[in-house]
Design a protein around this ligand. Structure first.
Ligand code: GDP
Ligand code: ADP
Ligand code: 5GP
Length: 208
């Protein structure tokens, strides 16, 4: 539960695939039990070990398209060739319970959510370098070579939107990045102003 007397907050975390977003978010949720992760819908096939309702609601494309037509999504986007979306019901129910909610979504979804929730706090996770991003994508050993190549290619587009986010965290040393993420969350809850460096040079380097 959100223990401050503030309104529940909506957090967005985005990153190029392989930057460590899910690892950081999972570690953050263990430290901050008042935050609930919104489970997205996706047409991507499950990876080994992924479960329906825990990692994603895995659905067929036709069912997803019907859900778009039914207007169930707060946001939805095509990412790496698959459809992903956040249902309004999931987010609204959690916020109504007074729980902070975290969305792990791409930059397109983040732009849509900002329109309906201008008070949301958005955080972009950068890898420390391009070779390290590639190493992590391969090291995860969960995707085919073709999928890895597509994700690496798409990482430029994702990273080019980092400046649209309220905060940027570089996931070099995991524990330091986790500390920074937790500080941002705690500051947002307390509405304390927080100035983090903007990392323009690293973004330029990653896009070069
Ligand atoms: P990973 O997060 O890179 O390991 O890979 P995923 O296949 O789980 O997610 C792929 C991309 O889809 C990520 O970059 C997410 O930001 C994005 N994504 C996941 N869920 C959603 C969602 O509900 N809405 C939107 N717009 N994007 C999503
Ligand atoms: P994303 O959700 O952004 O696609 P993951 O959380 O799946 O990324 O992380 C991608 C891979 O990189 C995983 O194998 C994870 O264990 C590893 N990883 C994450 N953060 C770090 C870090 N700071 N240093 C080294 N490896 C990391
Ligand atoms: P993955 O397929 O590796 O789990 O995720 C790939 C990308 O899809 C990630 O960048 C992730 O943030 C994004 N993603 C996951 N769920 C959603 C969602 O509900 N909406 C949007 N817009 N993107 C999502």
């Amino acid at each position: 539960m959100n223990t401050s007397s503030q309104e529940p907050r909506l957090f967005i975390v985005a990153a190029p695939s392989g930057a460590g977003k899910s690892s950081l978010v999972n570690a953050l949720l263990l430290r901050e039990p008042g935050i609930s992760l919104s489970i997205s819908h996706t047409t991507r096939p499950p990876r080994v070990g992924e479960e329906y309702g825990r990692h994603y609601y895995f659905v067929e494309r036709q069912a997803f398209e019907q859900e778009i037509a039914d207007g169930i999504f707060l946001e939805h986007a095509v990412v790496h060739g698959n459809l992903y979306g956040t249902s309004c019901r999931t987010v609204d129910a959690l916020l109504a319970q007074g729980r902070d909610v975290l969305l792990e979504i791409d930059w397109q979804g983040a732009a849509q959510v900002r329109r309906n929730h201008p008070d949301c706090v958005s955080i972009f996770i950068l890898p420390p370098s391009r070779p390290e991003l590639e190493r992590r994508l391969r090291g995860r050993a969960s995707d085919s070579e073709e999928v890895i190549a597509k994700r690496l290619f798409n990482s430029r587009e994702e990273i080019s939107h980092a400046p649209e986010f309220d905060h940027v965290v570089v996931n070099d040393h995991f524990d330091e990045a986790l500390e920074q993420l937790q500080t941002i969350v705690q500051a947002a809850r307390g509405r304390q102003p927080l100035q983090l460096p903007r990392h323009e040079t690293l973004i330029e380097d990653l896009l070069a």
